[in-house]
Design a protein around this ligand. Sequence first.
Ligand SMILES: *Cc1c(COP(=O)(O)O)cnc(C)c1O
Length: 496
Amino acid sequence: MNKKYYGKLIFELSRPGRRGYSLPQNNYDDVLHILPNNLLRDEAPKLPEVDEPTVVRHYTNMSTNNFGVDTGFYPLGSCTMKYNPKINEEMASLPAFKALHPFQPSATVQGALEAYYTLQSLLSEIGGMAEFTLNPYAGAHGELTGLMVIRAYHESRGDIKRDKVIIPDSAHGTNPASAAVAGLKVVEVKSLADGTVDVEALKALLDDTVAAVMMTNPNTVGIFESNIPKIAELVHGSGALLYYDGANLNPLLGVARPGDMGFDVMHINLHKTFSTPHGGGGPGAGPVGVRAGLEKFLPNPRVVKHTVEEENIFGLDFGTEKSPLSLGRISAWLGNFAVELRALSYILSLGCDGLKMAGPLATLNANYIKESLRDLYELPIDRVCKHEFVFDGLADKSTGITTLNVAKRLLDYGFHAPTIYFPLLFHESLMIEPTETESKETLDEFISVMRKIAYEAKESPEILKNAPLETPIRKPDDTSAALNPVVTYSGMPSSC
Ligand SMILES: *Cc1c(COP(=O)(O)O)cnc(C)c1O
């Protein structure tokens, strides 16, 4: 296991006069006179002065102190931290892609535009949608873009009183946040005890002021919402549109399509379902797909294909005249191209049959862990789950051991903790998503550690309360870290 940490976490390594390079002395006198005075420094910047081995060891040690899916099992529910095949990294790093500039003339980037166009078409096929834009940078950005499309649709029909979005209480926090940013009011709809949305409660909320209903399927407790066709009928009957939060598309890949279920607009988290190492804030991509009739509202620029004398020519459409209803730009350019390339490589290398296996395997793995631990952990929703499920802490509540204690202790055993205290439906949520990429041995090892922790809770609760004991940083003060983050180098420590 991942127990031995070599790196000492010392950050102030600078010593006056240390150098990690040797360059010829520069003589700036020739150019100094052309620089405006106000741009000239009086003093040299206070940069760290460090020799090369110190820099290399510092970063190499830090990289081994970090937890990543390449170092261990990462069952972070809702985040789909699946293993990222290295071929995708290689494809995204090809010099022909890596060295591109967004202002290059289309004629010189035909291959890149074709890759982009191909991914757009594949996602449309996978999602059952008419067209996709790859421009949004993340899931939340996709939600915002999708909701802006929905607003634009209603406005184009002169239906301007629709200012509400209905969102289930189990939804990811980005759903209400995106709705608010899009200028819409959030109305919550309750879930039933079985984890699915209460259709009767939803029906009562639908009227001519509702712009959209946002649904996640499977939802954030990992349960398949089997009433979507009925919900779609009700939503469309009221004149609203149905939005699909596709961050949980993984278990449905190649098995079911949101477009066929009746969704009008959707986003996909490429960085969850289609590989790309993510976490810590990025990078990501949140392409948005729409059903036929809504394409005209999608943002610009778009990649378009013309066929001239049987030859495909790809170009960029910046809109305006041809698409007056387009949202226009929602991102600096065409999204996170390297993430898109990884997704394309992932889809093409797995192929149709491979993609169809991902969802069922992710589902099998999640259910295997659930059934193997349910005697020791409380299972509030006792149903077959999809790719993830939620425990409500330990079954035996008498020990006083919390979900936080369990999560911290897992780090000592070399596993990343599951998502904790989300969803908010339960007090001690512990949300486990193994993904399809893990071997049975890894799952068994995780199960045995989770069982061991449950016994430790009874026999030696103090260990759990003090965990983690083995990590380079013990229990950080989350509140201070958020309130008083120290994220910049402020020069030499005073003792030097
Ligand atoms: C991760 C996630 C999101 C948000 O995606 P980001 O890329 O983190 O903005 C939205 N909905 C669900 C269900 C998610 O799991």
